[in-house]
Design a protein around this ligand. Structure first.
Ligand SMILES: [Zn+2]
Ligand SMILES: [Zn+2]
Length: 716
């Protein structure tokens, strides 16, 4: 049994022996040392007449905790009793220190509207400061103290530390009672049994104050608490002190200089607010960089979609007014940090310091470098951007080893015309690639055709081979020759996708019967520009531009904000996409993969199908392959494969530059290594090299260089 002296209606003071209480004489109660805090509160109700149940949140209990400073000499500390564990620490005092006969508890009951004994608090804080000034109580020394505690054995202090730790581990963790702590109660000199108890108490006071804070364990036995709002000055440090083995607050800077988180605000609003602060300062941080920042500074993890939503919202708020003001600076920041390739188009005003925006072209050198390891194929397309300025986005893309689009160049223009196509395509030749023999896939729009066939164009043979996207061609066909069931459009699609000339011819015959006018139009277009059966492998089997995938990266960036904000988001998308693809490709290279995953899957699927084929070797490296095909063309049923020039009469081998079913059947049955017959562009090594270049961080907005040579731009 322990006798407890309860003090109330007075105030806590500090003297030469540490903390003491000034006020009416205490009342004594006898309790079991294992009593629960709730039971003790009941006892106190009887004792003091304070309706503890009603005012539970307003009752605070502090213990006067003795810390040994010499032989039978104590310095008394203030220990908040916030839960069963800290209560037990107090009630154990007489058994630990026989010279201390009683436990002293100080009660504070807040009356309505008054927060604690204010008169005392300012005085006692002053006293504390004087006292702390005379000793080396900074956090660095405290850490040394703590370390020494660990090393020295046999001293009183160590025994105490060990004891307390041992006791703590036997007590099941209890949730904090609603008893205690407001922000202004945290002060230098306050002691807690251990770091956990301190954290719980601070959590509770943060919840009550509608603030959020983050804890950093700076060193063993030492921690720092900071407000998560980046401009808020609130912080404090606590450390386990050698003298008494408790966690003592040794530095405190308060109160909060931020405003409280508004209670009606949801988490996502809070996140958007915080990310907006960061984004205004540092708008080019990628989603993964923001995620890392959040984890490090706020203390918990955000999902990618949460970061994306918050950043998009923040960019919209900060840069969403479609202004062109920041765009030249943004581009020059990308130029100086990442070597961005840029070209501007504008109409100068009479005063040449100002101009009206016409277009901007940009390409990242990372893509340019990566494209060298991709097949010689480029797809171009345009898309209208939403927003009042009615701008258009142009994109050029390559295809990587895993059959995924690699964005090469972008442009935003006032209008899409032969002029803008000339400008865009010329810039690609100047800044992105000078490769010869490129295959260019586009819509069959007359504006593009006229530019490509101009004298001096670098998009004509032998520099490049112009091919049409089959989807664009079909929709143009159905616009010109409407047919309610889209039946002829379907036939055009089938004709274009056939790999065999006989199959192509048969569809053309059908088209001629169904729509003689349509057939006439189609007949004007050289078949090698739109039909796979007439392609010599330049297209790598790529017949269509998948607009959804092609514009995916832009759709995400420009859906909420046009111009400056969209370009910022696009940078993050590119950076993160490169990171993801790079780690993917590195992984597959380390696993020893020869082909990319997509290609491997195709391989495996085809191997199963090709099992049923019968292979008959002919002379030289030719094979006859017959299979159980149900297609209507006998050419598919029985094919002649020539390994010498990688051709098959089915047409797929040479046109897709990838083994057809017949070739795979031959490789399998004849135990031939397929490697030499697969184009380099499908190799895991090419995939890896495509994404090898990394994006560099862009400095904070305040450090962006001025855009030299670009006038102040106004919307078109
Ligand atoms: Zn704060
Ligand atoms: Zn074949």
């Amino acid at each position: 049994e322990v006798s407890v002296y309860c003090y109330w209606n007075g105030c806590i003071k500090y003297g030469p022996e540490g903390v003491y209480y000034e006020g009416p004489a205490p009342k004594k109660i006898i309790v079991n040392p294992k009593i629960a805090l709730n039971r003790l509160l009941d006892e106190m109700y009887v004792l003091t007449g304070v309706d503890v149940d009603k005012q539970r949140s307003k009752v605070k209990i502090f213990g006067r905790y003795p810390s040994v400073v010499g032989h039978s000499k104590f310095q008394y500390l203030l220990l908040p009793v916030v839960n069963n564990s800290s209560l037990e620490t107090m009630l154990e005092v007489p058994s630990k220190h026989p010279s201390v006969k009683n436990v002293e508890l100080y009660l504070e009951v807040k009356s309505e509207g008054v927060t604690g004994p204010a008169a005392c608090s300012s005085k006692r804080q002053k006293t504390v400061k004087v006292e702390r000034g005379s000793r080396t109580g900074n956090i660095g020394d405290a850490a040394v103290d703590a370390d020494m505690t660990d090393n020295i054995s046999g001293s009183n202090a160590v025994a105490q530390v060990v004891n307390l730790a041992g006791d703590g581990s036997n007590i099941p963790p209890l949730s904090l009672s609603s008893l205690w702590l407001d922000d202004h109660d945290l002060r230098v000199g306050l002691c807690f049994k251990d770091a956990d108890e301190l954290k719980k108490a601070v959590d509770w006071c943060s919840i009550k104050g509608l603030q959020k804070c983050v804890v950093r364990e700076t060193q063993k036995g030492e921690c720092m608490f900071e407000c998560i709002k980046w401009r808020c000055k609130w912080s404090f440090g606590a450390a386990k002190m050698e003298k008494h083995g408790l966690f003592e607050i040794i530095k405190y800077t308060g109160p909060h200089t931020c405003r409280a988180i508004e209670p009606e605000k949801s988490d996502s609003e809070f996140e958007a607010d915080e990310i907006e602060r960061l984004v205004r300062r540092h708008p080019t941080l990628s989603f993964s960089e923001l995620q890392n920042w959040w984890k490090a500074n706020i203390g918990y993890a955000l999902e990618t979609w949460e970061v994306r939503a918050a950043k998009e919202e923040a960019i919209k708020r900060a840069f969403g007014d479609q202004s062109f003001e920041d765009l030249p600076k943004l581009m020059s920041a990308f130029q100086s940090s990442n070597g961005l390739l840029v070209d501007w188009k504008y109409d100068l005003f009479p005063n040449p310091k100002f101009a009206s925006f016409c277009g901007v072209f940009w390409a990242f050198p990372q893509s340019v470098q990566g494209f060298q390891h991709c097949r010689p194929l480029i797809l171009v397309d345009t898309k209208e951007l939403s927003g009042k300025n009615q701008l258009n986005l142009m994109i050029a893309s390559g295809v990587d080893a895993d059959n995924v689009y690699l964005p090469l160049a972008f442009a935003v223009t006032k209008q899409v015309s032969s002029d803008s196509w000339r400008w865009f395509l010329t810039n690609i030749r100047k800044k992105v690639t000078q490769r010869k023999g490129l295959c260019l896939i586009s819509s069959p729009h007359p504006d593009i055709l006229s530019v490509i066939n101009e004298p001096g164009s670098q998009w004509k043979e032998p520099w490049a081979y112009h091919r049409f996207c089959l989807t664009h061609l079909c929709s143009q066909f159905s616009r010109l020759f409407p047919d309610h069931h889209h039946h002829t459009e379907y036939l055009v699609m089938q004709a274009g996708s056939s790999t065999h000339k006989a199959e192509f011819d048969s569809y053309i015959k059908d088209i001629k019967e169904k729509s003689p006018e349509g057939w006439k139009w189609l007949d004007q277009i050289p078949p090698h520009q739109w039909a796979l059966a007439h392609d010599s492998g330049l297209r790598y089997g790529v017949m269509k531009i998948d607009r959804k995938s092609l514009f995916e990266v832009c759709r995400r960036s420009f859906s909420k904000v046009a111009m400056t904000g969209g370009v910022m988001l696009l940078f993050s998308e590119m950076k993160d996409a490169f990171d993801v693809s790079f780690s993917c490709s590195r992984g597959s290279l380390h696993r020893g993969d020869v082909y990319t995953e997509n290609v491997m899957r195709k391989f495996q699927e085809s191997l199963i199908d090709s099992g049923a084929y019968v292979v008959t070797p002919l002379e030289r490296d030719a094979f006859k392959v017959s299979g159980p095909s149900e297609r209507k063309y006998k050419e598919y049923k029985e094919c002649i494969l020539e390994l010498n020039d990688s051709t098959c009469t089915c047409g797929k081998f040479q046109r897709k530059r990838f083994p057809c079913l017949h070739a795979l059947a031959v490789f399998q049955k004849m135990k031939i290594n397929p490697l030499p017959y697969v184009d380099d562009c499908y190799f895991a090594e090419s995939y890896y090299k495509t994404y090898e270049a990394t994006f560099s961080p862009v400095p904070e907005m305040s450090a962006w260089p001025e855009a030299s040579g670009v006038p102040t731009l106004f919307p078109p």
